[in-house]
Design a protein around this ligand. Sequence first.
Ligand code: HEC
Ligand code: HEC
Length: 354
Amino acid sequence: MNEQEKKEEESPLVQVISKLIGLIIFLLFVILGLIYVAVFGFPKIITEHVPPPSGSPVSKSESATNSFWQAPDTSSLAMNKDREQILYGRALIANTALYLGPSGSVAHLGNGMNCQNCHLDAGTKPFGNNYSATASTYPKFRERSGKTEDLNKRINDCFERSLNGKGLDTMSKEMQAMKAYIIWLGKDVKKGEKPKGAGIEDLAYLDRAADPMQGKKSFMTKCISCHGEDGQGKPSTDGKTYIYPPLWGIHSYNTGAGLYRITRLAGYIKNNMPLGASIESPQITNEEAWDIAAFLNSQERPTGMIEKDWPDIRNKPVDQPFGPYAETYSETQHKYGPFGPIAEAKKKTKKKSA
Ligand code: HEC
Ligand code: HEC
């Protein structure tokens, strides 16, 4: 038998064996694959991996930020007249006092604070009291006035209450610019919709009254480095505005302002203070936020023009600290809570009167 014959004789057997080995290896891979999937789940073969900007390691919380509303970028504005107006509106909101404060260059309407002190990052920060849902929801009926309000009215509300000053002429260049900016910010939000992270977060109620004494303790450790022990903040060197705005006293928001309602103030503080805090990385607990808010709003501040507010008392919010009310809870409980029982009672008065 020569070599050639040997090969020919062996070949059927060799073929069967090599096929069997192939099959076994294949089955082995299938089984290993199944075990992998059972243990780890399907591997993500196509992932949109965006490299993090240098110097900022991507954490779980940071990547989740993407699901909150994001303001359009001012650099996307076309070079035209609209751009000029929108940017002027933004400047007025960021540096209100320079234009409209007690020593403002255009008029003297406000108290030295800026809109941005409360509408952070010119009204663009998630849960930083942003304007994401403003264009999409105005004009709207508001229970506070009992009227349908347009943006002029809403902006002037903040001038008169939050800035404890006077409203702008609605035809003025400044009012038109602020509106243009706010409308441009919300241009991608559908009419009637509120994007995730809009405005101020509604915190869960405590099952006790918020405690100003407890709040004072937290305030002393977490807030005075900027706002001062006396809560008066720190004026800028030219005296026109503040580096750190005042939290009470004659230069602060008045008793008709949104922040004078504790749910608004607690929600604002929780996700924004101390400066640098955010919804993704809060620096205080809900409980601390409620107690600090109780402390701040128990201090002296200017009186707002609130006589005509909430004409239908059944629709007063649980935390409106001025009576009369449609239920029997005291002004003190409406100021500090607990709010659960008031909310329950309100459901009943609403049903009865409906
Ligand atoms: C002291 C804090 C404070 C200052 C300063 C302030 N605001 Fe406000 N603003 C609020 C609060 C609180 C609300 C109501 C938020 C809520 O109801 O959840 C509000 C609401 C608004 C709204 C309605 C937003 C919406 O989507 O419903 C507009 C518009 C507005 N402010 C504009 C301004 C402008 C313009 C300025 C500057 C002239 C200003 N605010 C200054 C606290 C402030
Ligand atoms: C590191 C400095 C810093 C610390 C600490 C700090 N804040 Fe502020 N706070 C600011 C600045 C700055 C603003 C205005 C933000 C802006 O204009 O962008 C502000 C704004 C505010 C406002 C809204 C404007 C006003 O004057 O009413 C409140 C309320 C507030 N802070 C409360 C607090 C509370 C409560 C604490 C402690 C939990 C605190 N802050 C800690 C710097 C600070």
